[in-house]
Design a binder for this molecule. Structure first.
Ligand code: LLP
Length: 428
């Protein structure tokens, strides 16, 4: 579901005209709907109402503090992967004690900081890390809360860059070794075993791999609960969203006709296996919360026809949204103002960056745009801004949150001074 629709031929986010947003904030600009984010959070929360659970939003998907604040107000927890994300969560009013800290390469400083801030748990990815956490906790005279991330060797059926639950991926501890690692952890005086975690990948579009992972983990979870008194089982994130038909998927009727994963089908697939475990269930959704809640607005700068192709050259580039270049990600592209009578063309929509990988769509049939027209790249709320860079010395774009009937600038566009902040020419 999402809150983007046309009113009188102009694309709106909730009740706010996106033409107006682009006029005020300039382009490229990300625009997000608070109502969509809250709807996703509340529906996931409601779907698991029968089970003790905590949603830990995966901050990496979109880490703007205004968005974190929306979720903190709902009492969401957070899944963090760096000290920077922990800083953002605190800045946004989130609680460290509801933060799980994931990642294969936590630094000593990060471990120390997170221990001092009393996070809910470290999701431990290796035995070396476990020993490191124990030693740091000892030096601080604390006990470090941990969950071991177990790699269940399940195929998530997603892009190879975002598949994490196979034995060839760098993540977690092998399923077969898990009990041994817990036994070692139990002997470490400054470790407090709190849970167990799995995360098999991202943009998973069917419920079956989630059910498979949970079924595989269930006996281990029961055993850990018996032998080590674990309190929670985190089943990670990874629920996929609709990209190809993002616009149509805003309408609830679309869901009835299409077999895409939904919060409800996900819940139905995993709840029967989770209920009997008797431990708290944690979720780490990122994309599901914010993906369909955001668009990237961009203006057509040139339309260039070569012998072979038509290029629609827009003012956003791969530095603003890297998903098409990096994962062959598909984003639907729609006009902000519906043209009265435009023909359809087949075009490549490309950015201004000096790389052939700088494209948003290739050979895409679309209404013929004119120079100066505004386009919206749909479903850009997750891993859009959060993966943006200054490549080609382009300032990071602005971000706008539509909330309670108004558009709020939640990040200013960078200035030329921002581009060189912290840089220094050595003195002669
Ligand atoms: N938990 C862990 C341990 C993760 O590694 C991730 C994502 C999540 C939760 C959240 O997954 P989600 O619910 O968002 O699928 N940049 C890529 C996606 C990278 C995902 C990394 N890990 C993309 O744009 O498709």
């Amino acid at each position: 579901m999402h809150s983007f629709q046309y009113h009188k031929g102009v694309l709106h986010c909730e009740n706010v005209s996106l033409a107006q947003v682009a006029k005020e904030a300039g382009t490229p600009v990300y625009a997000y709907s608070a109502a969509t984010i809250l709807d996703h959070y509340r529906r996931l929360d409601a779907a698991f109402a029968g089970i003790d659970h905590l949603i830990c939003y995966a901050v990496k998907a979109n880490s703007n503090i205004a968005i974190l604040n929306l979720l903190a107000r709902e009492n969401s927890g957070f899944d963090i992967v760096s000290w920077g994300e922990l800083f953002r969560v605190r800045k946004a009013g989130g609680k460290p004690e509801a933060c799980t800290f994931a990642g294969v390469g936590k630094s000593e400083d990060e471990i120390r900081l997170a221990l001092r801030q009393e996070i809910l748990s470290f999701n431990v990815e290796s035995e070396s890390e476990l020993k490191r956490i124990d030693a740091i906790a000892r030096s601080l005279k604390r006990r470090a809360p941990v969950a071991v991330r177990v790699n269940p060797d399940v195929d998530a059926g997603t892009h190879k860059y975002i598949s994490t639950g196979k034995s060839e991926n760098k993540f977690g501890i092998g399923f077969e070794r898990a009990m041994e690692v817990y036994a070692a952890a139990a002997k470490m005086p400054n470790i407090r075993i709190r849970g167990v975690q799995v995360h098999i990948g991202s943009q998973i579009t069917t419920a079956a791999p989630f059910a498979e992972a949970v079924v595989k983990m269930a006996p281990l979870v029961s055993e850990l609960s018996r032998s080590h008194g674990i309190e929670f089982f985190s089943i990670g994130g990874g629920i996929g969203i609709v990209y190809e038909n993002s616009f149509a998927s805003g309408d609830s009727k679309w869901w009835k006709k299409n077999g895409s994963i939904t919060i409800e089908s996900y819940a139905e697939a995993v709840i029967p296996h989770l209920k009997k475990l008797g431990v708290r269930i944690l979720f780490e959704p990122g994309r599901l919360m914010v993906g369909n809640a955001g668009v990237l607005l961009t203006r057509v700068n040139y339309v260039k026809k070569t012998g072979k192709k038509t290029f629609v050259i827009v003012d956003a580039g791969m530095n603003d949204l890297i998903r098409p270049a990096l994962y062959q990600g598909y984003h639907q592209i729609v006009p902000v103002k519906k043209p009265a009578r435009a023909g359809t063309i087949v075009a490549d929509v490309v950015g201004p960056i000096c790389e052939s990988g700088d494209f948003f769509a290739q050979d895409r049939a679309m209404p013929e745009p004119k120079e100066g027209d505004l386009l919206a790249l749909m479903s850009a709320g997750a891993y859009g801004f959060s993966m943006a860079s200054n490549y080609n010395s382009r300032p990071l774009p602005a971000e706008v949150l539509v909330k309670d009937g108004g558009a709020h600038l939640i990040r200013e566009r960078q200035t030329s001074e921002d581009l060189v902040r912290g840089e220094k020419i050595p003195e002669e």
